[in-house]
Design a protein around this ligand. Structure first.
Ligand SMILES: Nc1ncnc2c1ncn2[C@@H]1O[C@H](COP(=O)(O)OP(=O)(O)OP(=O)(O)O)[C@@H](O)[C@H]1O
Ligand SMILES: O=C(O)[C@H](O)[C@@H](O)[C@H](O)[C@H](O)CO
Length: 223
């Protein structure tokens, strides 16, 4: 197979996976729905960077998930101590409530929210919004990169409470979503996985890919 053929095959595979993501769980698309996009992945994978750019490009409302942590969580993370399930419970609940709250009127009703969402169970808490407010389409973008790459990004980042000493603990509990398998087989077809680990890719290219794939899912979901 030539490089071009591999690219075409991968593109097709991605399109099929996004198509699945567009309609995951819905029998009939509803034109009145709101989109909620969670940008997820371990610390320093680029959630804030990519979510802001995505919101700006598609004119969606950006919400920084870290702003919903209680002070004690931020202090704990600043000391390099990993959060527990109990520490994250209230935070996940706050984000789940935020997604079902009355949509903002001053800007787009569609949200892009950052949240590490490291475990399947956490993503399921966020998915519950769809049951509580029937017009929601909750989707995830998982930014995937090797641990060493995120260690380096966290090390080089300035002015953030999360340092490189949080990275390893997050990888030990990470439950990577698999969008290719159906839900009944443990898969998560409502997740768009984007590789952000390649050095030569850079932020601009990742943003371009994310915007294109989100656009694809939202468009497919409206058909
Ligand atoms: N695709 C990329 N390529 C190279 N550097 C990147 C990329 N995306 C983000 N970065 C850089 O990596 C660092 C981490 O990014 P960012 O703060 O957006 O991550 P985050 O996932 O929001 O982190 P946290 O969960 O700790 O808040 C930043 O310095 C950012 O500029
Ligand atoms: O433990 C977690 O789930 C993560 O630490 C997130 O809650 C943080 O917000 C992020 O990684 C740092 O910005």
């Amino acid at each position: 197979m030539t490089v071009q053929n591999i690219d075409t095959a991968l593109g097709e595979q991605q399109r099929l996976s996004d198509q699945q993501s567009a309609t995951a769980g819905e029998k009939k698309p509803n034109s009145e729905h709101r989109w909620i996009w969670f940008v997820t992945g371990p610390t320093a994978c680029g959630k804030t960077t990519i979510a802001k750019a995505l919101a700006e490009n598609l004119n969606l409302t950006y919400v920084e998930g870290d702003d919903y942590h209680p002070k004690a969580n931020v202090e704990k993370m600043s000391r390099g101590e990993p959060l527990t399930d109990a520490d994250r419970a209230g935070w996940l609940q706050a984000l789940a409530e935020h997604e079902t709250a009355k949509p903002p009127t001053s800007s787009s009703p569609h949200l892009v929210i950052t949240c590490s969402a490291l475990k399947r169970h956490y993503r399921d808490i966020l998915r519950l919004g769809s049951e509580h407010a029937g017009d929601l389409r909750i989707r995830f973008i998982f930014l995937q990169a090797p641990e060493e790459v995120l260690m380096e990004r966290a090390h080089n980042r300035r002015g953030h409470f999360a340092k490189e000493n949080l990275v390893h603990s997050q990888f030990t509990i990470l439950e990577m979503p698999d969008p290719r398998k159906p839900k009944e087989k443990g898969g998560e077809p409502d997740v768009v996985v984007v590789d952000v680990g390649e050095k030569e890719k850079g932020v601009e290219e990742v943003v371009r890919e994310v915007v294109e794939r989100v656009r694809g899912v939202m468009h497919l979901g409206r058909e």
